[in-house]
Design a protein around this ligand. Structure first.
Ligand SMILES: Cc1ncc(COP(=O)(O)O)c(C=O)c1O
Length: 465
């Protein structure tokens, strides 16, 4: 960008100047998960902590950690320094050879998760971590076409197998899960329990039982794995405390591998290093997948962490998978620095404390705003609010996955006032970086309070000014 040539109005139009002509991003880039002709997102030119600096000069509070991944905030100095230092030492070496930051990061992950004697396979991000987990587990078990059981209303990524694993409206039209050996069960979505339960605990127990029934329907020797999110990233579904341990014991009983997709839920987002740790050893999976917070999103990286038992099965087989940039040294160096930052800045504990407070504050908002139907999460800085047209009947505000017009207005007004909230359909996400200033968090909630009143006047008794 030729800084001096760009005035405020032109800066607002994202792009770069070449030979005096603005090459507009709008015309030249395909953006993910949106209708191209309606693309209307800001251009970010910098950031610090939980704040982003936009091309038009404004500072925005990031209440979604972009895609729930910038756990360490933006431009964390420790990450920037680690990437710079590694770039000066060694930018790249293939994953088939050795690299110091890769070994160091693997050892730290095994230590933090207590997967002693296990191994780590590094990937490029979350979707291919899940793809690799399935491929690796199938190879380890010698069941190359083994069935994988996943959940409806889940998200595991946007590559083809990851889309097949996902029980998500965005994927269903594009891929046939059956063809890839994937079978879905209903989730422990207690607010609208698909098993007809009115209690959260019973909904969770029935959902875990449904997984076991599905294993038995296929025959345990034909099933390779169950893959589930301990805390679902795309809708905030988190079951009663008995669910995950029940899933663990029901899969163990049949020799089926349990994979925890921790791509969103790890690294403090849900109050623990890894969300399954909330349940102690009773919740320990056989494998887990990581990405996002692994590097605080500063550079792309994912990982598959395997138990000692699974890793041992791979000792004498050729691991038939890999991508050129798997375990990239720049990314692994950032991973090492990210883990040190979480630990030394006590961010896992901070997220747990602020998350509980955030949930209480949102519950207080629900007393004033009838549009709030359900409040989920709060184990860490991850609270999801489901908005409804009628609290008594739980009628959705708009048919899934549509985003109601009033919510769109709320998001736009919040942005005007310097706060970016996350949303999907009827859901509002509150998931700021774990380094968010407490005053910023309080201001964002006060703004939300005002905007809920203003945008949903018929469903609110709150202030509307
Ligand atoms: C739980 C979960 N798994 C997998 C993914 C896919 O990760 P990526 O976008 O890095 O491929 C996501 C991304 O949002 C996620 O939330």
């Amino acid at each position: 960008m030729v800084g001096n040539e760009v005035g405020p109005a032109q800066r607002a139009e994202a792009g770069v100047f070449r030979g005096g002509r603005l090459i507009a991003e709008r015309e030249s880039v395909l953006h993910s998960w949106c209708t191209q002709s309606q693309w209307d997102a800001p251009t970010v030119v910098g950031g610090e902590g939980a704040r982003l600096r936009l091309a038009d000069g404004r500072s925005i509070l990031d209440m979604s950690s972009l895609a729930e991944c910038s756990n360490l905030g933006h431009q964390h100095p420790r990450l920037v320094a680690a990437i710079r230092a590694q770039a000066e030492r060694l930018c790249f070496v293939t994953n088939a050879w050795g690299a110091e930051p890769r070994a160091e990061l693997a050892a730290r992950l095994l230590e933090l998760s207590g997967f002693h004697g296990g191994r780590v396979f590094f990937t490029l991000g979350g979707a291919d971590a899940n793809e690799h987990a399935i491929k690796i587990v199938r190879q380890a078990l010698g069941r190359p076409r083994g069935v994988v059981i996943a959940r409806d209303r889940s998200y595991h990524g946007a590559t083809y197998l990851a889309m097949a694993l996902s029980g998500d409206t965005r994927s269903r039209a594009q891929v046939d899960p059956d063809a890839l050996g994937v079978s879905h069960v209903e989730p422990p979505y207690a607010y609208r329990c698909p098993y007809g339960s009115t209690s959260e605990a019973e909904c969770g127990e029935r959902a875990a039982a449904a997984v076991e029934e599905r294993i038995l329907r296929f025959g345990a020797d034909r099933v390779a794995a169950v893959i589930m999110e301990p805390n679902a990233g795309s809708n905030g579904i988190v079951a009663a405390a008995s669910y995950w341990p029940a899933l663990r014991s029901r899969t163990s009983r049949h020799g089926v591998v349990l994979i925890a997709d921790e791509v969103m839920s790890a690294f403090g987002r849900c109050g623990e290093w890894f969300a399954w740790q909330r349940y102690g050893e009773a919740g320990r999976p056989d494998a887990m997948t990581l990405a996002k917070g692994l590097t605080g999103a500063a550079v792309p990286l994912g990982a598959v962490v395997l138990s000692r038992e699974l890793a041992a099965r791979l000792d004498d087989v050729v691991l038939a998978t890999g991508l050129t940039y798997c375990g990239h040294p720049l990314s692994c160096a950032a991973g090492v620095a990210a883990l040190a930052a979480y630990e030394e800045e006590r961010l896992i504990e901070r997220s747990r404390e602020l998350g509980a407070r955030l949930r209480r504050e949102v519950e207080r908002l629900a007393e004033r705003h009838r549009v709030i139907g359900d409040v989920r999460g709060g184990h860490g800085l991850f609270v999801v609010v489901e908005l409804v047209a009628d609290r008594a009947t739980r009628e959705p505000l708009a048919p899934w996955p549509e985003t109601p017009a009033a919510l769109r207005r709320l998001l736009a007004e919040a942005m005007e006032q310097g706060v970016s909230f996350g949303s999907r359909g009827n859901l509002l996400f509150l998931a700021p970086p774990l380094v968010v200033e407490e005053r910023d968090l309080a201001d964002a909630l006060a703004l939300l309070d005002r905007l809920l009143g203003r945008c949903f006047p018929g469903l609110s008794d709150g202030p509307t000014a």
